[in-house]
Ligand binder design. Structure first.
Ligand code: ZN
Length: 206
């Protein structure tokens, strides 16, 4: 199992970080040790500096696949939920400026926060019509629609599968809309998909 994350998949988020809007999907990986499961608090290690929330639609793959055409890709999805792609932003900016890989800033322990509710993929699920929302301490900080993805989920899966074999249990974090920002000790983060709360996580104190 692996975690595949898509970067810059919403134009408004790419622009808020001063990044060019990509011509093909940008992806990177997190290790399985990055998973933070429901009920576990986020911890903020001092050496990572400022950590940002990125609320994302997460889809889970249920079979092996390689070179999947986009027309078949949605058939590989078993379920979906929300997740947080936690990002050590200052560190990431330093690495980007030096042209170095992002792993330190993206793949640390607990950086892939998983929602507590998973919904099954059905024939009538339209992944491109969801509203995503993140509340921090009850205030909306990120809100967007999966309609605004630069590359829809089917194209993301097809693209990645040209390079990397997909395996059962793989998770795709499909990118974040605008509004990313820092989290702090004691925060409560709640993710909503079409108004239904699927993710609920606290940031540990001290
Ligand atoms: Zn992200």
């Amino acid at each position: 199992m692996k975690i595949i994350c898509i970067g810059r998949n919403y134009g408004d988020h790419a622009r808020e970080l001063g990044n060019a809007v990509p011509e093909e999907p940008v992806f990177f990986l997190k290790p399985t040790t990055a998973c933070l499961y429901p009920g576990q608090p986020i911890r903020l290690p001092e050496l990572l500096g400022e950590i940002h929330h990125e609320i994302e639609l997460v889809v889970m793959i249920d079979s092996y696949a390689k070179d999947v055409p986009a027309s078949m890709a949605l058939g590989l999805i078993a379920s979906f939920s929300l997740g947080l792609d936690l990002t050590a932003r200052t560190l990431q900016n330093e690495l980007k400026a030096k042209g170095l890989p992002w792993e330190k800033a993206k793949a640390f322990d607990g950086s892939a926060v998983l929602g507590e509710v998973e919904l099954p993929m059905t024939a009538s699920t339209d992944l491109q019509s969801f509203t995503l929302e993140l509340k921090r301490n009850g205030t909306t900080v990120q809100k967007g629609s999966t309609r605004d993805m630069l590359f829809p989920v089917a194209e993301l899966i097809a693209h990645v599968s040209r390079y990397i074999t997909l395996e059962p249990g793989d998770l795709f974090f499909t990118g974040t809309p605008a509004g990313v920002g820092p989290i702090a000790e004691g925060d409560l983060l709640e993710g909503f998909l079409n108004g239904k709360r699927l993710l609920n996580v606290a940031v540990a104190k001290g």
